[in-house]
Design a protein around this ligand. Structure first.
Ligand code: BG6
Length: 484
């Protein structure tokens, strides 16, 4: 059975930068079990040929030396374009006829990708239902929904409700591209495919966990979107909480979508709700200097471009182990890392021991860009009495496996085509994430608490945030990864 991928929002950036290059890579590497057709749908009046030409140029640009012009010709023959307006029911009927002609009555899987602005998600779903395009008599019908999934709990629930009027939950694939990253999936392998970590992966051995997603870039041309979203909606509600769930979850009984997602969502349910007072003391918000000068940002904007939160997970494994989540734009460097900080040894045997703070054992999971894992530990300095020094064992993906890491979208698109939702968010998961973020956002916006700090671009956020964690006897692991 052939697969037809219909991309709504086909003329947008996501399609040309990520989706089509990822599909082409899957094709080029021979990863697709079935032949695929790609049908673009958006208002721009392209012909098939024009769209193919534009995609050929953008894909060549994004793939660089991985672009294979000969293979592209073969691939592009199955790319089509159907102009249409999401608000127009007639355009969905003509899309349906177009697909029927293309498929010549043969059964086919349809994967609908909502790559539009979020305000079009609900109308698009409704039109898919009304036009009969969600009908499964001619093959499975699945829908991929991009982030942001709602702007708070109420809108996410509303969106889930609209989706469920047309599609069953098993047909819905809510994307969070962090789950498609090799290193994020490897976190599950590290934890559940090895036996040495599990015995120490708990409050008896771990002092705290730090999850940092730092970006060197500022909001650039995305200010129009970002100024409404801010760092909580853009990064914390999805990417950071996903990383936290995988770090903290129990082992699923099977590697299967619902078994995994059941365990993940339990983590969110166990997060201790932050009271208004705790939001004042356990969350941090800041804006980089110069943000309001960006085009599309109001001069008086108080949108946070940096956030830090201390969350507690109320369960047997994690009682008393704080999870520090932190993300920001315009920071020192681009790095996503998870730091598992172990307790210091209970007894200082060696007189020349370094200070305790941040110097005991840690496991650092480098999610990107220097993908790898490091274990930090103390070693005796030769010929120096019993003096110790911090050193590490370093596993690097580049050294071990060479070659390019695949783009997250490759794995996610392939999984959606194969009907594996393990790396996609379920309705209850997204809602549980909003339940954590909503009170924080409300306190920030409505009560203006805690104070919005400022930070200089090119650093690790505001100084006050460093002092805040130091006052808790801990230290941020502010280290830029060594590339190459
Ligand atoms: C997106 C956010 O979801 O993730 C962006 O909207 C952010 O603001 C991006 O830059 C980061 O993704 P990555 O894969 O580059 O870490």
């Amino acid at each position: 059975m052939a697969d037809t991928i219909v991309i709504f929002g086909a003329s947008g950036d996501l399609t040309s930068r990520k989706l089509v290059p990822a599909l082409f890579q899957l094709f080029r590497k021979g990863r697709l079990d079935e032949p695929i057709r790609i049908v673009g749908f958006s208002r721009s009046p392209f012909s098939h040929e024009q769209w193919r030409k534009d995609l050929s140029e953008s894909t060549a640009k994004f793939l660089g030396s991985n672009f294979d012009a000969k293979k592209w010709e073969e691939f592009a023959a199955q790319i089509f374009y159907h102009p249409g307006d999401i608000g127009n029911a007639q355009d969905f009927l003509t899309l349906r006829s177009f697909l029927e002609d293309l498929e010549a009555g043969e059964p086919a899987l349809h994967l609908y990708y909502l790559a539009t602005a979020p305000r079009f998600y609900e109308p698009a779903i409704e039109q898919l239902g009304q036009s009969g395009l969600a009908d499964e008599s001619k093959g499975p019908r699945r829908v991929i929904v991009e982030k942001p999934f709602g702007t708070d709990l109420a809108t996410a629930q509303g969106l889930n409700c609209s989706i469920h009027q047309v599609f069953d939950e098993s047909q819905v694939y809510r994307i969070d591209h962090y789950l498609g990253k090799e290193t994020v999936q490897n976190l599950m392998v590290l934890r559940f495919g090895n036996s040495i970590f599990e015995p120490i992966w708990n409050r008896n051995y771990i002092d705290h966990v730090q999850i940092t997603v730092a970006e060197e870039v500022d909001v650039a041309s995305r200010a129009g979107y970002y100024d409404h979203a801010g760092v909580m909606r853009d990064m914390v509600q999805n990417h950071l909480l996903q990383l936290m769930m995988i770090t903290a979850m129990e082992a699923p009984v099977r590697y299967e979508a619902d078994a995994i997602r059941n365990e993940k969502v339990k983590v969110l349910h166990a997060v201790q709700p932050l009271s208004a007072a705790q939001i004042g003391t356990n969350t941090f918000r800041a804006q980089y200097r110069g943000y309001t000068a960006a085009e599309g940002v109001a001069a008086t904007s108080r949108t946070a471009t940096f956030a830090a939160l201390r969350l507690s997970i109320d369960n047997w494994r994690w009682q008393g182990v704080p999870f520090y989540l932190r993300s920001g734009k315009a920071m020192s460097c681009r790095t996503t890392q998870i730091v598992i900080q172990f307790h210091a040894p209970p007894h200082k045997l060696f007189a020349d021991s370094p200070r305790d703070l941040g110097e005991s054992n840690r496991l650092v999971i480098q999610v990107q860009p220097a993908e790898g894992i490091q274990i930090h530990f103390h070693t005796k300095v030769p010929d120096a009495g019993m003096r110790m020094r911090q050193t590490d064992l370093n596993f690097s993906y580049q050294k071990e496996f060479r070659g390019l890491m695949p783009e997250a979208y490759e794995r996610l698109l392939l999984d959606a085509l194969e009907g594996d939702a393990s790396l996609f968010a379920r309705a209850d998961e997204v809602e549980a994430a909003w339940r954590i973020c909503d009170p924080v956002l409300q306190a920030w916006q409505e009560r203006d608490r805690p104070t919005l700090m400022m930070y200089d671009p090119g650093f690790w956020g505001p100084d006050e945030c460093r002092e805040w964690i130091l006052a808790q006897g801990r230290e941020w692991f502010d280290t830029c990864p060594v590339l190459g």
